[in-house]
Design a protein around this ligand. Structure first.
Ligand SMILES: [Fe+2]
Length: 348
């Protein structure tokens, strides 16, 4: 097929060379720009690097529209068949499951699927994992010992009163964590947990995950619930203050003796009406490739979905850990229940 297109282009070029009037139409056929349109919730520099690498390799231009996941889902739903989007990309699988449930995505098989870590995939292939990150406990190296830590559930114990730092309940990361606790332990225990955490907070929630680690460094609290890659970004920051904040904490991976540590899977799917479906499949395939995955590891300090990638020193230093692959974000109704619980317990 490629050969024929090649012949056709050569024929068109030759034809246009000897026929001025057809020149314009021949050129249009020849240079029609190849694009992939991406609706993305991700906000990392690594993505820019990876998208540029993809364009360099394939000649396909990547157009990105960034917004919150719910906003992008609504946009896709409103645009319907007329949507220019080919790809929907998020930082948490919960939103991908939601897009799948609302019939905004289509199933596609990717050729290198076999290298993808078990337990991260959508079994129907409506979306595909790119990276994952663990939601862990960052603790003050000076004041807390790893021996005092065990599970997410334990953080609701009174012994942590006034010591816990965590961002607001509007964060999808916290909503997914609570949804996983609802899934694992039921609604009542999850509510008691959220109440306990709220009671133990060192201050009202403010800022992002990095701000919780910085607050530990400045003595506001002793324990923060954060995503791993934010600590990776702090440790490798060119800003000495940020580096110092990262160095003030150690990471603890909770629930290693039972269901494992909660993760967010960042992934993407091909939209239902993708106008550039072939390019979208090439794009997703590239995101899972060794070269792209290496950039995600080294520039955004995420764990690679592709299991053949070697980790950098920062990620290696955190060690192997058991993933909670069963309860991550799958059930949309648990998210809805979680949002209600956050409200009821006053987690701001
Ligand atoms: Fe993030």
């Amino acid at each position: 097929m490629k050969k024929y297109i090649g012949y056709l282009l050569v024929a068109l070029v030759l034809f246009s060379a000897c026929n001025g009037t057809s020149e314009k139409s021949a050129k249009t056929t020849e240079v029609k720009e190849q694009v992939v349109n991406v609706y993305s919730q991700r906000h990392y520099d690594a993505d820019k690097t990876v998208f540029a690498m993809f364009t360099e390799k394939t000649g396909i231009k990547v157009n990105v529209i960034k917004a919150g996941a719910d906003e992008l889902i609504n946009k896709l739903a409103l645009e319907g068949k007329n949507s220019p989007a080919d790809i929907f990309m998020t930082v948490d699988a919960a939103k991908l499951f939601r897009a799948k449930e609302r019939q905004l995505l289509q199933a596609v098989k990717l050729p290198n699927g076999q290298k993808i870590k078990a337990g991260l995939k959508d079994e129907d292939d409506f979306w595909h994992p790119i990276t994952y990150r663990a939601r862990v406990i960052a603790y003050d190296k000076q004041k807390v010992s790893a021996n005092d830590l065990s599970t997410y559930e334990d953080l609701s114990d009174k012994k942590w009163n006034n010591k816990i730092l965590v961002r607001s309940s509007s964060s999808g990361y916290n909503q997914s964590l609570l949804a996983s606790i609802i899934e694992a332990k039921g609604e009542d225990i999850a509510k008691t947990w959220a109440q306990g955490i709220t009671n133990n907070m060192a201050r009202n929630p403010q800022g992002g995950d990095r701000d919780q680690v910085k607050a530990i460094a400045s003595g506001v609290g002793e324990i923060a619930i954060v995503n791993t890659y934010y600590v990776g970004l702090l440790l490798n920051s060119s800003n000495p203050e940020e580096k110092k904040a990262g160095e003030a904490v150690s990471l603890f991976f909770p629930n290693q003796d039972d269901r494992g540590t909660h993760i967010n899977v960042s992934g993407a799917g091909v939209t239902k009406f993708a106008p550039n479906k072939e390019n979208a499949i090439k794009f997703l395939t590239f995101l899972q490739s060794d070269e792209a995955q290496t950039v995600f590891v080294n520039e955004s300090f995420e764990f690679p979905a592709n299991s053949s990638i070697s980790l950098n020193e920062t990620l290696k230093s955190w060690g192997d850990f058991k993933i909670d692959a069963l309860t991550f974000s799958r059930k949309i109704e648990n998210h809805e229940k979680g949002v209600k619980i956050f409200d009821e317990v006053g987690w701001k």
